[in-house]
Design a protein around this ligand. Sequence first.
Ligand code: UTP
Length: 293
Amino acid sequence: MSKQRVRKAVIPAAGLGTRFLPATKAQPKEMIPIIDVPMIQLIVEEAVRSGIEDVILVTARHKESIENHFDHAYELEDTLDRRAKKELADVSRSLANLCNLISVRQKHPLGLGHAVLCAAQAVGDEPFAVLLGDDLIDSEVPCTRQLIDVFQERGASVVGVMEVPHAEVSKYGIVGGRMEGDRLMAVDRLVEKPSPGEAPSQLAIPGRYVLDPAIFQCLRETPAGRGGEIQLTDGLQILAKRKGMYAYRFDGVRYDTGDRVGFIDATLAYALKRPDLAGPVKELMRKHLGGGR
Ligand code: UTP
């Protein structure tokens, strides 16, 4: 049983975002909005709703707009105040007060494992969450909160997993081990992008973790693969052997916003959930599908 609080979250945001070129040529992928909210804000909000206090953002060159988004924009706020648009000014101010944001640089894009390792000093010797910005998870209880609850009950690292079709296992990191009930698995192996024949299960890791700080030593020992990249899954494999690990089939709908179709899916789903947009968006969909107005 580990009642150690999980106060910190690492959000790797130093990737090149090549799948979204040309949009990502001069702006970070993380700032692309789902309607009017940048993806990174939705991720930081999930962390904060999960009880996280310190967000450690792993960034790179040309990513300053992410930091600015979570700071004051005095000119804008002042102008909005003077134009009696206090509500909008407050939206800007509330972002500056959302959490304590710590930013570290990954100087070369050497993989997700390397990005997490860049946060070692800022995390220190305490458990922490990792949230990837490419995965939006819509759920009543935030996905990261669900994983923190399991971490505190079981006292070992937890990776969030979801069931994927057999034919799609090769797109993900897949966990193998022994099921303990309907949602929890004691993990004994992780395989990155296995062929359907090699996959130990159909439980895939989309991008939510709560990790023991021993992961940093595991990542230091992880050999670099193709292109000098250090894979997080390889480090997790060492961690699972050394300290134990659970996988938790979280409750929620996941959108792969790193992919163009997944991004459109998320945009439509979020629009249809918004009272101000649902009606007009349904009308537009009818129009485009040829049903007339
Ligand atoms: P992706 O594999 O999606 O890479 O990284 P990417 O660069 O963001 O996007 P594509 O594939 O080129 O379109 C998954 C997450 O890991 C971060 C990314 O920012 C993203 O949040 N990442 C990846 C790093 O922070 N550093 C890296 O070296 C690689």
